[in-house]
Design a protein around this ligand. Structure first.
Ligand code: PHE
Length: 346
């Protein structure tokens, strides 16, 4: 009898207490699928007499709702439990993290920072200027007369402007000296790191841009001895106590007297190698006493004040430190090269 069956299954459903997701699944398979009990009872319902239909219709419907509700409640109770199917969906939070790789600083940035730190301890501040400069700041104020042959020392990129006021990509950071001096009165004690440009064919030994650090110290009674003392200190800090230093007379329009400074080759320790072209010495910077004309051009009384300036290429210093023989490596962005340098955790 249909009524008896419904009563019996109702009891079974009320007593159903699943202990796993599998129990819930078995319940569904028994009662709710198309070959399950609920469907079967509805089939049987079709065969009963019309009087029975009247009473049993509602009973059977209530039974169906009971089965469905029981299933819904039971499956919700298990959905948040970490049975194996859920783990795959959510990811296993107990696994160790996958980690991430740290980048490394560019070797030129590392060396620039090291140089800046040495001079900062001596009281130098850091100043910056423009990469696009006018002729005055890059040349004229620095004592390069318009037709001065020294302009040929630096292969310049000129930028033509419609109004005739042509500009240049700065060929050295000495232009920042001028900007600094024009903006105030001594004392000045600054270093000026920055990118510079020269119209050269790109090769292992030359590039159309590179980086310099310029230094400037202007005050009363500054002498060449002060310059030498500062640079001796710098070399010992950067390359170690036993590095030898020598000055050679040289020429720059903006300094008088001028010198170039060599250090004993840090790679062969002076014995002679490819880096120092077998000479045992490498040139690392140009320097000198600021020419009085430059001081006057910048509005500074050259009778009262004197000072020194020096300028070095960061690439050269870096090559000597890390034995890099090809300038092009610095701008190729090859992570196999860049990844070899110290990683800093900030
Ligand atoms: N500006 C010079 C250069 O680029 C370097 C230098 C700077 C020399 C300051 C003397 C004083 O070659």
């Amino acid at each position: 009898m249909l009524q008896d069956k419904i009563t019996q299954y109702t009891q079974e459903i009320n007593a159903f207490e699943p202990t796993s997701a599998q129990d819930v699944e078995n319940f569904r398979l028994k009662f709710l699928v198309s070959k399950g009990i609920v469907k079967a009872l509805f089939e049987e319902f079709k065969t009963v007499s019309p009087e029975e239909k009247r009473t049993l219709g509602k009973v059977l419907n209530d039974f169906k709702i009971l089965a469905e509700t029981k299933f819904k409640e039971s499956s919700e109770a298990f959905v948040n439990q970490s049975d194996s199917s859920n783990v795959r969906k959510e990811g296993d939070l107990t696994l160790p993290g996958s980690g991430f790789t740290l980048g490394s600083r560019h070797p030129l940035s590392l060396v620039r920072k090291e140089i800046v730190e040495i001079f900062k301890k001596l009281g130098f501040i850091v100043a910056e200027g423009n990469e696009i400069e006018d002729d005055w700041h890059n040349f004229q104020a620095l004592n390069f007369a318009p037709e001065h042959p020294a302009r040929d020392m630096q292969d310049t990129f000129f930028i033509k402007k419609h109004d005739g006021n042509d500009v240049v990509l700065r060929t050295h950071t000495s232009s920042v000296q001028v900007r600094l001096m024009e903006a105030g009165q001594p004392p000045f004690r600054a270093i000026m790191p920055g990118r510079v440009y020269r119209n050269e064919a790109i090769s292992a030994r030359a590039h159309c841009f590179f980086h310099q650090i310029e230094g400037l110290y202007i005050d009363e009674d500054v002498s060449f001895a002060d310059l030498k003392q500062t640079l001796y200190h710098f070399v010992k800090e950067l390359y170690g106590e036993d590095t030898k230093v020598r000055f050679r007379p040289s020429y720059f329009p903006f300094t008088e007297p001028s010198a170039e400074m060599d250090i004993s080759c840090t790679i062969c320790k002076g014995a002679g190698c490819q880096m120092c072209k077998q000479s045992g010495w490498v040139e690392i910077l140009g320097c000198g006493m600021v020419d009085p004309n430059v001081l006057e051009n910048c509005g500074i009384d050259s009778k009262k004040y004197s000072g020194y300036a020096f300028g070095m290429g960061i690439e050269r210093i870096t090559n000597l430190k890390y034995e890099i023989r090809d300038l092009r490596l610095f701008s190729e962005n090859d992570v196999r090269f860049l990844g070899q340098f110290e990683t800093e955790i900030i």
